[in-house]
Design a protein around this ligand. Structure first.
Ligand code: GLA
Length: 720
């Protein structure tokens, strides 16, 4: 074909495409879970609109059109008036995009019952090479929708993505209350709620790595006044992304709210070469008519079934040595710590930071990161010997890694000063005396992979890894990426990081893993799919932990929330134990510093955890019965899926007279026995064991058997 006939053929194709779009009938696309429905409309004009998100709607006469303000994934530059989901500069410089429906498919997941993937193809008639596929994976049993976009460039040249949200959910109400989860080191996961006003409210982070230290990528949007625990409509969202995120909540002139959720568009222009596809991270969202409680239960069930590693596998009781020793130990000291591990009921000894580095020994946080050879001075017989010594004493063995980082005082940095993320012409800035390795560099990727392989492959006795990450990006530059691609750094970093995490999970499926980031500076469902649990905070003072664990329980199930008994804050041991027992229980203390009676108390708690508590909390439905934000106490209840057993955790944080505790979620017709468990040695409960049917128990409740501040109780409710 000559040039003229090629352009004639292209024009015909373009017109045919255009005509087929505009003559298409309107069609509704329903994305449903057990109790919820997201209804979209491909209008007569071909644009995609959101008609409804909420409780499953009765089938009605399909609507034919909607307002432009209801667009499901609005694009910038051709008539849309508000904050768009997508902004693209096309190969020819045109900054407008106008997507129209092309087709859609819905397919059940062959491997997972109750999981349906709907994929909607959109294209811009003026740019036939540009495509967007909106993906919705609906989880029927858990009422979760996982939503992401795939953007494909088949234009003749590169295009630039300036805004590329994962989702742009529309909500309609008269008033919106937004809860965010914010915090800082040692004060993680605080809840803050506000009423939204017209305009845009942004929640975001720009920290790049350890990106969630000040703000978690989760939100709770209440449509019925301030969010309540068990009533009212809320939408919960969690972005599966460990890097910079942005949630932009815009209330428009018609009081409609759109939640734009995705990678933070700030400093994130992404250039897509011809033939490339960019997939956004997924937003997981749920709609609940049972307030925050219903939202949390949906997320917890989804996480256990689909979102985390081995959701049903019991988490071992850990004995960690960080608070006990910091980096100050040697082989004999560690072996002396193992000695008592079984005595207190630990399953696994987790060796924390400080085991590596020779020229620059890791004696504190100023040196050694990057030099992952075992420190010969501290551990002359190596890791295999150490793991064997733990195993010989009846406990498995795990280890701490921070593969992404380097101290300037290290052999690695001496050899490869150009491997770190920094900006040219600037003095290096440090966080915890360390720098971040640039994962966009292939040599760095190979190096970080070798840290995992060199630690785990020759040491099959290592069956647990704590993966840490202790600083933010403050100078976001790569000496590997070309000048025009610097804005790719923090996005590509995350993708390479996930490859590394996936490598560890897939190559070492028997090695369990805890996600850590100076506490929880990086906790999200993008990373958690490769981990079993996470470290919520270096703050293990149980009083503070009540709040921190409360905050994380909004989105994460109990078996992911590592909770260790320590001496921090010098609170009563019973209180510290009871707070840790509601999470993934562990210990971090040189146990020889406890009296024999205290050790016996911890041992009894470990046994109770293994036999009575973990089976219910790890798989149970959570009801938060009393919030420490409303009164100086917290009450949590876990109910087993068959409603045959429940546990109520009560933490007094002040001396106030409280109303009766009324459990929820029980079977009204079943008769239950109620008794206090985990009593302090020699103590008798103020709650006399009794029996009642579920209906009575839920109506009348029972008085907490506590009087003073920092007293706690665990009440077991079992069907007869
Ligand atoms: C971070 C973690 C701690 C511990 C130290 C080790 O602070 O949150 O739990 O592992 O690093 O340096």
């Amino acid at each position: 074909m000559n040039k003229r006939s090629v352009s004639a053929a292209l024009l015909l194709l373009f017109l045919a495409f255009h005509i087929s779009l505009f003559s298409a009938p309107a069609r509704q696309i329903s994305i449903g879970t057990g109790n919820t429905e997201l209804v979209l409309l491909a209008g007569k004009d071909g644009r995609l609109y959101q008609l409804h998100y909420g409780a499953a709607s009765p089938a009605g006469k399909p609507r034919q059109s909607a307002s432009r303000d209801d667009e499901a994934y609005p694009q910038y530059g051709n008539g849309f008036l508000h904050e768009p989901a997508l902004r693209v500069t096309h190969a020819d410089g045109n900054t407008s995009t106008d997507l129209r429906y092309v087709s859609h498919t819905a397919a059940d997941d062959p491997a997972r019952a109750g999981v349906t993937h709907t994929r909607i193809e959109l294209a811009d008639p003026a740019y036939p090479g540009f495509r967007v596929a909106l993906n919705y994976r609906a989880y029927a049993a858990e009422n979760i929708i996982e939503q992401w976009a795939e953007i494909t460039n088949n234009e003749p040249g590169a295009i630039t993505l300036s805004r590329y949200a994962s989702a742009a959910l529309v909500a309609k109400s008269t008033a919106y209350h937004l809860t965010q989860i914010h915090g800082a080191y040692m004060r993680e996961a605080s809840l803050a709620e506000e009423r939204l006003a017209p305009g845009i409210k942004i929640l975001d982070t720009k920290l790049g790595v350890r990106a969630h230290q000040f703000r978690a990528p989760n939100f709770i949007l209440s449509l019925d006044g301030p969010a309540r625990e068990e009533t009212g409509r809320v939408i919960g969202g969690a972005l599966a992304w460990s890097g910079n995120f942005q949630f932009a909540f815009e209330i428009d002139n018609a009081n409609r709210l759109r939640a734009l959720c995705g990678i933070n568009p700030f400093a994130s222009e992404y250039i897509l070469a011809p033939g490339d596809t960019f997939a956004t991270p997924a937003l997981l969202h749920t709609f609940s008519t049972e307030g925050r409680g219903g939202m949390s239960r949906n997320f917890h069930r989804w996480a256990r079934a689909h979102g985390i590693r081995d959701g049903a596998k019991p988490r071992p009781v850990l004995l960690n040595n960080w608070e006990a020793t910091h980096c100050d130990f040697d082989e004999n000291k560690l072996i002396s710590l193992f000695e008592g591990a079984r005595e207190v009921g630990a399953d696994l000894f987790l060796l924390d930071d400080g085991w590596f580095g020779n020229k620059y020994p890791r004696d504190n946080d100023r040196a050694g990161l990057g030099d992952w050879e075992v420190c010969r001075k501290k551990l002359p017989n190596g890791l295999t010997h150490l793991a064997d010594a733990a195993i010989a004493r009846g406990v498995a063995f795990g280890i701490w890694l921070e593969p992404e980082m380097v101290n300037p005082a290290s052999e690695l940095f001496e050899k490869h000063p150009d491997w770190v993320i920094t900006q040219p012409k600037r003095e290096l800035t440090y966080g915890r005396n360390q720098l971040i390795l640039d994962l966009t560099r292939p040599e760095v990727r190979a190096f970080e992979r070798s840290i995992i392989d060199n630690t785990l492959a020759p040491n099959p006795g290592i069956t647990y890894v704590k993966w840490d990450c202790n600083r933010y990006v403050t100078q976001p530059g790569s000496s590997h990426l070309p000048a025009g691609r610097q804005s790719h750094l923090l996005i590509d970093y995350q993708h390479h990081l996930y490859d590394l995490m996936r490598h560890m999970a897939e190559k070492y499926p028997g090695v369990m893993a805890m996600l850590c980031s100076g506490g929880s500076g990086r906790v999200d469902y993008g990373a958690m799919r490769h981990f079993h649990s996470f470290w919520p905070s270096d703050n293990t003072d149980p009083h503070q932990r009540v709040f921190i664990q409360w905050g994380f329980s909004q989105f994460f199930p109990s078996n992911t929330l590592s909770a260790h008994v320590t001496n921090m804050g010098k609170k009563p041991l019973k209180f510290a134990i009871d707070v840790a027992l509601s999470g993934a229980f562990g210990i971090d203390r040189d146990i020889s510093r406890w009296t024999p009676a205290e050790r016996a108390q911890v041992a009894a708690a470990s046994k109770l955890y293994r036999e009575h508590i973990r089976p219910i909390t790890a798989d149970g439905d959570l009801y938060r019965l009393a919030s420490p934000y409303d009164q100086p106490r917290a009450v949590l209840e876990y109910v087993s899926q068959d409603r045959a057993a429940a546990l109520v955790f009560i933490y007094n944080l002040g001396e106030v007279a409280y109303p009766a505790i009324k459990p929820l979620g029980l079977d009204p017709a079943k008769t239950y026995r109620v008794r206090e468990i985990n009593l302090a040695p020699g103590a008798t409960s103020r709650l006399k064991p009794y029996a009642a049917d579920g209906a009575t128990l839920m109506r009348d409740g029972f008085a907490a058997p506590l009087r003073r501040s920092l007293e706690s109780a665990i009440i077991e409710i079992t069907a007869e």
